[in-house]
Design a protein around this ligand. Structure first.
Ligand SMILES: NC(=O)c1ccc[n+]([C@@H]2O[C@H](COP(=O)([O-])OP(=O)(O)OC[C@H]3O[C@@H](n4cnc5c(N)ncnc54)[C@H](O)[C@@H]3O)[C@@H](O)[C@H]2O)c1
Length: 266
């Protein structure tokens, strides 16, 4: 038998982290981090609405998670296009039910030296990594405000803080996303919405595939990371469940870095 808490407001830790009865929309969830977080939230009890731009990827993710016994619906749309976002989230608000948790995961890279970066690459990266979080939140948040509760999690990056050559567009977008996270926290915090960011270090996904196949980069990341290795998408699940759950009700406007210690090291 567990000891009784002296604090009558204290809940047991399992119920603090439970997402039972909560509905989550996760963008860019066809693969990689989004798919991994989807599985993590579903395991904690959430019903899922998965978004991706790629219909085949999305259908496969939905089928896989359904096969694992989870309640999942797919919504295929481009998070960077205002009209598609509006159509994509239409119908998710049904009476008292709506989206309780929004995770903005969709993101892209278009690497190029800054002095030769085409405007199209600059704009595309800003649109998908930054503007999309504004567009999707703007579509979903009115329902959260009506119900008086909501959780928003934005996938930031180490590049919200530090940069390297060829990724100026990505760094600008992720730096902007960090400040959009804080702006959302400030704007909606008084109405019981909490907005936080997760800043992953280097994780093995399709996005980082060009780096993992390069033996020099592969080794550089291991040497640079105190943990001595790359991370896996599933290593973000604990942070995401925390930020999506009641356990984080007084946490707002924070960017939680999950990077094996890289940002702390010289
Ligand atoms: N992998 C890492 O090491 C790492 C590190 C820091 C931050 N991140 C961030 O985490 C997020 C996920 O990264 P990942 O590594 O899983 O990438 P990924 O490329 O494996 O997956 C991204 C998914 O987003 C989808 N997508 C792209 N554009 C879209 C659009 N316009 N509308 C809807 N969906 C779209 C893609 O189809 C894909 O399924 C991104 O925001 C990325 O910037 C990744």
């Amino acid at each position: 038998m567990s000891p009784r808490s002296a604090d009558p407001g204290a809940a047991d830790s399992a119920s603090l982290f439970s997402l039972q009865g909560r509905r989550a929309l996760i963008t860019g969830a066809g693969q990689g981090i989004g798919l991994s977080l989807a599985r993590g939230l579903a395991t904690a009890g959430a019903e899922l609405f998965l978004n991706d731009l790629d219909p085949t990827r999305l259908a496969s993710a939905v089928a896989t998670l359904r096969g694992e016994g989870f309640q999942v619906t797919g919504r295929c749309f481009d998070v960077a296009k205002e009209t598609e976002v509006a159509a994509g989230v239409a119908g998710l608000e049904l009476g008292e039910a709506g989206i309780d948790i929004l995770i903005n995961t969709a993101g892209i890279h278009r690497r190029a030296p800054l002095e030769a970066m085409p405007l199209e690459s600059w704009q595309a990266v800003l649109d998908v990594n930054l503007t999309s979080a504004f567009l999707v939140a703007r579509a979903v948040v009115p329902g959260m405000l009506r119900r008086g509760a909501g959780k928003i999690i934005n996938l930031c990056s180490l590049n919200s803080e530090i940069s390297r050559p060829t990724i100026a567009n990505y760094s600008a977008a992720k730096g902007g996303l960090k400040m959009l996270t804080r702006a959302m926290a400030v704007e909606w915090g008084g109405r019981n919405l909490q907005t936080n960011g997760i800043a992953p270090g280097y994780l093995r996904t399709d996005m980082t595939g060009v780096l993992t196949i390069d033996p020099v980069w592969e080794r550089t990341i291991c040497n640079r990371t105190p943990a001595g290795r790359w991370g896996e998408p599933r290593e973000l699940i604990g942070t995401a469940v925390f930020l999506a759950s009641r356990a984080s009700d007084f946490v707002n406007g924070q960017i939680i870095v999950v990077d094996g210690g890289l940002l702390a090291a010289l």
